[in-house]
Write a protein that binds this ligand. Sequence first.
Ligand SMILES: Cc1cc2nc3c(=O)[nH]c(=O)nc-3n(C[C@H](O)[C@H](O)[C@H](O)COP(=O)(O)OP(=O)(O)OC[C@H]3O[C@@H](n4cnc5c(N)ncnc54)[C@H](O)[C@@H]3O)c2cc1C
Length: 262
Amino acid sequence: MSEVLVAGGRACGVRLASGERLAADAVILNSDVAAVASGLLGQAIRHGAQTIPTKARSLSAMTWSLTATTDDFPLTRHNVFFSRDYAAEFRDIFQRGALPQEPTVYVCAQDRCDEDGPSRGEERLLVLVNAPPNGDRHHYDTTEIEQCAMQTFNLLERNGLKIHRRPDATQVTTPTDFDRLFPGTGGALYGRSSHRWTASFQRPGARTRIPGLYLAGGSTHPGPGVPMAALSGRSAARCLVADLTSRSTFPRMAMFGGTSMH
Ligand SMILES: Cc1cc2nc3c(=O)[nH]c(=O)nc-3n(C[C@H](O)[C@H](O)[C@H](O)COP(=O)(O)OP(=O)(O)OC[C@H]3O[C@@H](n4cnc5c(N)ncnc54)[C@H](O)[C@@H]3O)c2cc1C
């Protein structure tokens, strides 16, 4: 979808990337909210949500999705291998705007349960390290990606986990790729950063400044993560239904069953 359509001050549909227009009584948007204020979804809704300054972006990531064998290591489904200086990692990311020199590494062994034993051959793995949300300003070239891979997989080896990577079975995703998937974010994966005690109150709710336009998803209240995003969807639906039945925000309409609900 490339634009939210507005007529008479209220959202009235969307225009797809193909140019096709779809009319609607209301629009629930679950792109990252940063795309609204940056005008990526049309100038008409730009004022609909608050700008998210680049300094307020949450973390991005460099990830390796791979199919590989590992040496005998008691991996469970979720595993975290900490760097020696966790604070330095965040100085690298937020002060230097750079990939961490020694990253903390998350490994999701998605074919395993928590109580699984050693590996039984090839399996699917997601390896993730935190990265700065600068995918819209910085190009990650092969050298930088390979250097990060060395630091990441060396740290795992020092901790006893050898992953036998095959280039033809490895997909790397950089902050630039995440920025492409989630426009307006620079690759930030968790909406607005959660630094400082006021951060939760700055996350937008479902209603926007534009009647008929609602927000849902990980960058809105109550926050990132699939369960939270699902709750935000409920909240958007609740607001929409409440407004739909209120005289103030929606035009008069005939309801099913012939009873006029204004
Ligand atoms: C690698 C990774 C690891 C993560 N780990 C964690 C974690 O450990 N804990 C946690 O809490 N959260 C984590 N998250 C974040 C979590 O996945 C999100 O908060 C959650 O998926 C948000 O769900 P959503 O439905 O809002 O959006 P998404 O699941 O992101 O779906 C939105 C979809 O809309 C598409 N889209 C955006 N703009 C447009 C447009 N203009 N037109 C068409 N399509 C568009 C996007 O491409 C995407 O497919 C992680 C995310 C990633 C990528």
